[in-house]
Structures are given as C-alpha cells and as structure tokens.
Ligand binder design. Structure first.
Ligand SMILES: NC(=O)c1ccc[n+]([C@@H]2O[C@H](COP(=O)([O-])OP(=O)(O)OC[C@H]3O[C@@H](n4cnc5c(N)ncnc54)[C@H](OP(=O)(O)O)[C@@H]3O)[C@@H](O)[C@H]2O)c1
Length: 264
C-alpha cells in the first residue's frame, strides 16, 4: 500500500488527460487526493476520470481550453463548487504543434499569438485564479508549472515553444517570491524527453519515414540512455507539492535523465 501523502486534499491538473498530466493525476489519486483534470478533448478526459475513480479517488473532468480566460474562470468555479478548496495545482497543459517547425522569421503573427496563449498566457491565467483561491481560503498551497529543457536555451525551428517555456520560468520565479510569505510555494518542472503522445508526435513530424529511429537516436543523447516515463515526471511534481519540499520555492527542477548536464 502506497503512502497517502495527499489524503483529503484537492489537486487540479491541466492537461490531465494525457502523458505527464495523466500520470500526475493518477499519482495524486493513489496518494489520497481529490483530483480535477482539465483539457479540451472530452472523450480522453472522461476516460482518465474513470481511471481515477477506479483508484478510489473522487475525481472530476472539466472540459477547458486553458488559453481562454472565461474557460479558466469556469474551471476554477467548478473546482471549488465540487470540492470546496484547492491545495495543489499543476499547470501543465500545452501544445507543441501550433505552426511548428520553421525558422523564427517564418512564423505568422497569428501563430505567435496562438502559441503564447496556449503555452504561456494559459499558465498565468491558471495561476491568477489558483493564487486568488489559495489566498482566499488561507493556509497556503503549492503550484507547479511545466516548463521544458527547451525553455532553458534556444531551439532551432521551434522558437515560439522555447519562448513560451522560458516565459513559464519567469512567471514561476516572480510569483514564487510574491506569495512565499502567504505559504504558497510555486515551482517549475523542467521536463526533458518523456514518452508521451506529444514527444512521439514530434518524432513522427521530424522523421516521418522512421519515427522509431528518431526516438532511439534521441534516447542515445540522454546520459541515462533512455526517454523518461511520465510517472518519473509525476514523482517530481508530487515531491514539489509535498511537505518534503517545504523549503523549496521558485525552483526549476530539471528532470531530464542528465540531458542538459553538459551545459548547466
Ligand atoms: N513529453 C515531453 O518530452 C515533454 C518535454 C518537455 C516539456 N513537456 C511539457 O509537458 C507538458 C505535458 O506534455 P505531454 O508530453 O504530457 O503532452 P501530451 O501527452 O500531448 O498532453 C498534453 C495535454 O495538454 C492538453 N492540452 C493541450 N492544449 C490545451 C489547451 N489549450 N487547453 C487545455 N488542455 C490542453 C491535452 O489535451 P487536449 O488536447 O484534449 O486539450 C493533453 O491533456 C506540456 O507542457 C509539455 O510542453 C513535455
């Protein structure tokens, strides 16, 4: 029987219907949390809600496009209506397939706006409502935002994704200082390569003739010699939310199998 570090608490996970978000939602559920997941696709969201309930958790799927202010407001309202409070938030939803892959000068203004809304503004919108709720209810809380190793440096052919993920670190570190005294810890997961539909989609795009070879090649670049399992990202997120990290805020926790070790 696993440790139930989050018994009776409420956790919100955006992008909870797939990949890293789904794994994190399941981990929170196993450890006793009531879990809200948010994403756009209802079928996948409902399927994960069933998985959460099968673990014995109280769970809700709230269809949400996190790039839309009114939908994020509704998400928060429905979360509080169902569970009454919010202890943990994992702002993790993002997409990588908006206008990629091309050189910086070839992006349209519309693609820029769409990408930033999906991957950066969304995190700010979610934090805005989550922080307000945590301040209102008192007692602090913990927020984790998903960045990427691509946000630590530039990425040829993918500047907007890199810019959005660098921006997530700026939001995280600023807000962490602002709300530390009220007991709200805010940190970032800086993800390397994890075996999810998003990363597999990238391999299919960059190497349509042989995505498996691209995947193998990528794994060989990682000192640990493999791509991460989504559960390994979830472990880091739960640690950042747990009391074991009570003195950690404004941190960017790199979980990448050592991939960026030569450069940092
Ligand atoms: N996998 C990696 O190697 C890797 C590396 C670095 C960083 N990351 C980051 O890790 C996070 C999770 O990625 P993943 O690999 O787990 O991807 P994934 O399996 O594709 O999951 C992405 C999730 O985000 C949701 N989503 C996307 N856009 C959304 C929007 N506008 N509103 C609400 N939900 C939205 C998706 O559901 P819907 O499409 O149905 O909305 C899905 O639930 C992302 O922030 C990604 O940038 C991943």
């Amino acid at each position: 029987m696993s440790e139930r570090r989050f018994a009776g608490t409420v956790a919100l996970i955006t992008g909870g219907s797939s990949g890293i978000g789904r794994a994190t939602a399941l981990s929170f559920a196993r450890e006793g949390a009531k879990v809200v997941i948010a994403s756009r696709g209802a079928e996948q969201g409902e399927a994960v809600r069933h998985e959460l309930e099968a673990l014995g958790a109280e769970a809700e799927f709230i269809p949400t496009d996190v790039s839309q202010s009114s939908q994020v407001e509704l998400l928060m309202g429905r979360t509080i209506a169902r569970f009454g409070r919010l202890d943990y938030a994992f702002n993790n939803a993002a997409a990588i397939d908006i206008g990629v892959f091309k050189p910086s000068a070839d992006f349209s203004e519309e693609e820029f706006d769409k990408h930033i809304a999906s991957n950066l503004k969304s995190v700010w919108l979610c934090m805005k409502h989550e922080i307000s709720q945590m301040l209102h209810q008192g007692g602090g809380g913990a927020i984790v935002n998903t960045s990427s190793v691509n946000g630590l440096g530039g990425v040829p052919q993918n500047a907007l994704y890199a810019a959005s993920k660098a921006g997530v670190l700026g939001l995280t570190k600023s807000a962490a200082q602002e709300y530390a005294k009220q007991g709200i810890r805010i940190n970032a997961l800086v993800a390397g390569g994890f075996d999810t539909p998003m990363l597999n989609g990238v391999f299919a795009r960059v190497s349509p003739e042989d995505p498996r070879a691209a995947k193998t090649g990528f794994a060989q670049l990682v000192p640990l010699g493999r791509i991460g399992r989504p559960e390994e990202a979830a472990d880091a997120v739960l640690w950042l939310c747990s009391s074991a990290s009570s003195y950690v805020t404004g941190h960017s926790l790199i979980v990448d199998g050592g991939m960026t070790a030569p450069f940092r």
